[in-house]
Each structure stands twice: as structure tokens, then as C-alpha cells.
Design a protein around this ligand. Structure first.
Ligand SMILES: [Zn+2]
Length: 618
């Protein structure tokens, strides 16, 4: 015996086998049992939810001969064995007339059809007309139909079906008993598939059925067809991986991992997950859709946990995730997600569009993205380049510790030049120029730079409180801890420069300075002679003021003289760091296999200045 596809083999043959349409089933069974059938029914609902199946069942109920001839034979439980039942099941019953209105919209077609309505049924007791996509009929066709609906012959039942009931004239609507056929939810599909596959003796993984249930999109017929394909694909069994491959669906675990990374505000992991996803060449727009779909379920989970569907068999995971977001964040992320989806049309690359959208979620969350390191040099990653204005005032408080001259915890500043006893529990008391804990985004200085401070090295007592009183610069720099207590050395000048509240010309000038000496009262700066024309006393005052607001009270003298070529200035340091990042970015791009392909296939090259490293302003 040849293989019969599941959708046909398991097509419901009675109302009681109908899956997911209990409300329609009950209404029709009652009407049949009480002999009070309406003459026209309108079923609304998308494809594959069972309109044709319903029509066939109804036709059997009306025409089954097992209960005897005549109207007394009408039953809600057709036998399935008599000639009529079998003819209907096999689709060769002449009194079941199926019409696809989408292909027969002309009034002649409708007239021809309706002309035959008046004739008695040939084979059974009733003629059953199923007019699918009835909203496609032309106005004149509707008028012709309406006449029949107004005075239908007693031996005729109309089943009208449409996906779009709004397009039906009210006059037609008012003459039909209307039922909305429901989308069959994945839960019901999985349940039914579990039953059918059990009967068929086909092995399966439950996760695979959830994929099929989702892909079926409310249609049991589609679910069955897909299951047939999955069985063929898996050579007799249904495996999760096979079905995912067959459907081209994203492995749901990847999407969950993205949302997990959002929950942890872990940008590195987020980008890592996308990179992994990218290896599978996914539809990035679909990825974003899946993420926003989960965000929607998170919002539901937060407010009505019982209402969370088990659409991917992941209900528990979703409930657990929901507890890790605030309701506001979920709403915000969702909004950003769907807007980002719309913007994808304009994005140069879908992957970067996905990345930007997910990053935007984190960037815009009210709490902000936490800065990973909590070191005494908090503002490193925000430091503007020499030409840009100083950081906004809001960043001032942490800045205090960056250039703070006194070795006390930043919470309780003590007047400078009065070193306090070491604080045991406060490694953060470490002065900025005596630490090597720069935030990760800042690359340590690698150029040699011996201290320009005249003071001899004398380890500060406070250094004991720091776990590792190592220099802030690369190992070859011997100087940093040579600064005496409360004195600033050149390394400290470089490190702390970004935190100084300087603007405009003053900042530009200061960026071209090396620290010459600091004796605790006067800070001498050596200005690059090329900038000498700009020099003026007002800048000294401003620098002194900026230092003071960072806890360093000094008179500042700036003198144009030849720079110490072994030292950097804030300006040259920023330029070097920028170049290194640029080179690194180019190198990374050049090693990217996709780019190599582009280069080979099209002779692509990078445009000058077209490559910007991330965190460029740093
Ligand atoms: Zn029968």
C-alpha cells in the first residue's frame, strides 16, 4: 500500500476529531442533533484551519445513509462507511460543490453556479456549497448570491469561507451564521502531532514538534505537511536539528542567548553571540523579530505569568528571564527592536543593523551601561581627544580621584599635601599615578617615558593599601612610583589629563605640554615651541583652576621650550593610541574572510579614512 500523507490520512472525519475548533463543533453538533440547521454559514479564518474539512464533515452529516433515508438520517456522527460518506471522504461526491471564488469572480461564473442551486441533489439529501475566499466575488456576483441566500431551496446549505470578512457586503453577512475559525496554537499542534506520531510509530524529539508547531502558523494542515517532510528528511524519525535545518529556522537557543546577554548587560557576550550566529548565515531581520517576540513574552511574563505561552517549549526559561529585566527596560527594548527592524531597510548591512539595534537597547536603558572596571581612573575611556572640549560636568565627581593629589579614598578628600595614613580597606585610595589598573578600553602606554619629576623615588605609605602598586605604564617605565607623596609626575599628567575640565584653546595648549616639575607648590609645564604663539598667562590660571578642582592646588607656569623627546604629550599620546587602534581595526578587517572574498572577487579596497576603530574618540 502506498504511503498516504499524514494530512490526508489524519484529516478529521467527524466533528469529534476536529482539532482546536471546539466552539464551531459544538454549535454545529447541537444544530444537527436538534434538526435546526441554518442554511448559510460563514467561516472566517486563515488558510489551513479546517474550512474544507468542516464542509466535508457537514456534508457527511447531512447525507450519511447509515441512519436511514429521508431527513431522519441527518446525524452529527456520520458513519464514514456508507456510499455517501466514502464518496465525500474521497472527494467525489457530486453534491458537495467546492468553489474557489478567487478564480471565479465573474458574475457569469456565479450565475452558472447558482442556476444549479434550484435542482435537487443527485446523490444525497442535500447539496452543500463551499465557496472559499468568498470576499473575492464581484459586486454583481454578490447580488446574484444574495438572491439565493434570501430564498434558499430547502435542500441547499451554503458554507462561505473567507479570510477577510470586512470585504463582504453587510447584506450577505446578515444572512449567514458566522463563526471564526481559530488559529490553532502551537500547543494544540504539538499535542495533536504527538498523538498522530504515536499512532504512526514514528520516533520524535519534542523540541522538533515545537518548531513544526510554530512554523505551521496556526494551520493544522501545514503542520501535517511539514511533519511529512520532516519524517522524510529524518529518514523515518523526527530530529530537532533536522527540522531546524529543514525549516531554515534559527536555533531558538541562540535567540535566548542574545536576550540573556541583554539581561546581563554584557555587550561583549552580545556581540560574541551575534558573531556565532553569523557563521550560520542567518536572516538577521528574522533574528531581530525573534528577539522582539521574546521581549513581548517577557512583558507578558512580568505582568501575567500564567499567560505566557509555551510556544517554543521554553516557558520556564522565559519566566526566569522575565525576573531579570525591569518592566521599563522590556518596554524600551521592544520599542527599539521594532523601530530598528524598520530601519533595517536603510542599513548598509543587516548584521551591523542588528548589532546597532541591540546595542541601542543597552545604551538607552535608563541605568546606562555599567562601566566594567571600578578603578581609581574611571574616566579614561571617556577622555576626549586633545581638540575636544572637556568632559561634561556630570562626569566630574569620579574625575576627582583621577587627578587627586592626596592618597585618600575619593569619598573623603583631604586637603592636598597632607598625606593621610594608609587606609586598609581602600585600595582605591591609591593615587592615580601609582596604579596600573587602567580601564580595559585604554591601552597602556608603551613608549618609554621616564619620570620627568625631579623628585627621587620614595614609595608612599599609601601604596601598602594597594594590592599591586605597579606603575600605570608599561613595564619599561621605571618612573611612576618615583613621585613623592602628593606630587604629580609626567605619567600622572598624561593619565589624568582627560579628566581635567579644560576647554578650547587652553585644553589644546595643555595637550601639547609635558610636565617638567612639581614641587608641591608650582607645577612647571614644558610647552611644545610650535604652540608658543598661543601662550598666555590666562591659560596657566585656567589650568591651575582645573587642577584645583581635582584636588591639586598649584601655581602653574608654562614655558615654551624644546620637548623631552623621550616623553609623550597628551596630544601625541592620543594620536598614537588612535593610530594603533586604526591599524588594529584595519588588520582585523583584512583578516576577515568575507572581506578577503570581496577583495578577491571585486578587487575591493578600503577607502582612506573609511575605517574607524570603535571607541575612536578615546
Ligand atoms: Zn455514512
Amino acid at each position: 500500500m502506498s504511503y498516504q500523507v499524514l494530512a490526508r490520512k489524519w484529516r478529521p472525519r467527524t466533528f469529534h476529531e476536529l482539532v482546536g475548533q471546539a466552539h464551531v463543533q459544538r454549535a454545529l453538533v447541537n444544530a444537527l442533533d436538534q434538526g435546526r440547521l441554518h442554511h448559510a454559514y460563514l467561516f472566517t479564518g486563515t488558510r489551513g484551519v479546517g474550512k474544507t474539512t468542516l464542509a466535508r464533515i457537514l456534508a457527511k452529516c447531512l447525507n450519511c445513509t447509515a441512519g436511514g433515508q429521508g431527513d431522519a438520517g441527518i446525524t452529527s456522527t456520520p458513519c464514514g462507511q456508507c456510499d455517501s460518506c466514502r464518496a465525500i471522504d474521497e472527494g467525489r461526491f457530486v453534491d458537495l460543490i467546492e468553489v474557489d471564488a478567487a478564480s471565479r469572480t465573474k458574475v457569469e461564473d456565479t450565475r452558472e453556479l447558482l442556476d444549479n442551486v434550484q435542482y435537487a441533489p443527485t446523490q444525497g439529501r442535500y447539496k452543500v456549497y463551499l465557496i472559499d475566499e468568498v470576499h473575492m466575488l464581484s459586486t454583481s456576483s454578490f447580488n446574484a448570491l444574495l438572491k439565493t441566500l434570501e430564498e434558499p431551496p430547502p435542500h441547499v446549505k451554503f458554507l462561505l469561507a473567507t479570510t477577510d470578512p470586512q470585504k463582504l457586503p453587510p447584506t450577505v453577512l446578515s444572512r449567514c451564521l458566522q463563526f471564526t475559525l481559530k488559529h490553532i496554537p502551537p500547543e494544540r499542534v504539538v499535542e495533536h502531532l504527538t498523538f498522530v506520531l504515536g499512532e504512526e510509530g514514528v520516533a520524535f524529539e519534542e523540541g522538533a514538534l515545537w518548531l513544526l508547531g510554530k512554523a505551521a502558523d496556526g494551520s493544522m494542515r501545514d503542520a501535517m505537511s511539514l511533519t511529512d517532510q520532516a519524517i522524510a528528511f529524518g529518514q523515518g524519525a523526527i530530529h530537532h536539528a533536522d527540522v531546524a535545518a529543514m525549516l531554515g529556522t534559527l536555533d531558538h537557543r541562540h535567540v535566548l542567548a542574545l536576550v540573556e546577554a541583554l539581561a546581563d548587560v554584557d555587550v561583549a557576550r552580545l556581540l560574541g553571540e551575534i558573531a556565532q550566529l553569523a557563521e550560520q548565515g542567518p536572516d538577521f531581520a528574522a533574528v531581530l523579530d525573534d528577539v522582539t517576540a521574546i521581549l513581548h513574552r517577557l512583558a507578558v511574563a512580568q505582568m501575567v505569568p500564567d499567560a505566557v505561552d509555551n510556544g517554543h517549549g521554553d516557558r520556564d526559561t522565559v519566566l526566569a528571564l522575565a525576573a531579570r529585566f525591569t518592566a521599563e527596560d522590556v518596554q524600551l527594548y521592544y520599542q527599539i527592536g521594532i523601530q530598528g527592524r524598520g530601519d533595517m531597510a536603510h542599513a548598509p548591512a543587516l548584521r551591523s543593523a542588528l548589532e546597532m539595534t541591540l546595542l541601542r537597547m543597552l545604551a538607552f536603558r535608563p541605568q546606562g551601561v555599567p562601566r566594567p572596571p571600578a578603578t581609581p581612573l574611571p574616566l579614561q575611556s571617556q577622555r576626549p581627544s586633545a581638540e575636544t572640549p572637556a568632559a561634561p560636568p556630570s562626569s566630574a565627581p569620579p574625575a576627582t580621584s583621577a587627578l587627586s593629589a592626596e592618597p585618600t579614598p575619593p569619598v573623603e578628600p583631604v586637603p592636598p599635601a597632607e598625606p593621610t595614613p594608609p587606609s586598609e580597606q581602600a585600595p582605591s585610595a591609591e593615587p592615580p599615578w601609582a596604579t596600573d589598573e587602567a580601564p580595559p578600553m585604554v591601552e597602556p602606554l608603551s613608549s618609554p617615558h621616564p619620570s620627568s619629576g625631579p623628585e627621587p623615588a620614595s614609595p608612599e605609605p599609601v601604596a601598602e593599601s594597594a594590592p599591586e602598586p605597579a606603575p600605570p605604564v608599561a613595564a619599561e617605565a621605571p618612573a611612576p612610583d618615583t613621585a613623592p607623596p602628593g606630587r604629580l609626575d609626567h605619567a600622572g599628567w598624561l593619565e589624568g589629563f582627560g579628566a581635567l575640565k579644560l576647554g578650547g584653546l587652553t585644553r589644546n595648549l595643555a595637550a601639547h605640554c609635558q610636565l617638567k616639575s612639581d614641587d608641591g607648590e608650582t607645577l612647571a609645564l614644558r610647552l611644545d615651541p610650535s604652540q608658543a604663539a598661543m601662550q598666555a598667562e590666562v591659560h596657566d590660571t585656567r589650568i591651575a583652576k582645573a587642577l584645583a578642582s581635582n584636588g591639586i592646588e598649584r601655581r602653574v607656569t608654562m614655558s615654551a621650550e624644546a620637548l623631552d623627546l623621550t616623553l609623550e604629550t597628551p596630544q601625541t599620546r592620543d594620536a598614537r593610541v588612535g593610530q594603533e587602534r586604526q591599524a588594529k581595526a584595519l588588520d582585523t578587517l583584512n583578516r576577515d574572510p568575507h572581506i578577503q572574498e570581496l577583495k578577491q572577487a571585486f578587487g575591493a579596497t578600503f577607502m582612506d579614512n573609511g575605517v574607524m576603530p570603535a571607541g575612536h574618540a578615546d
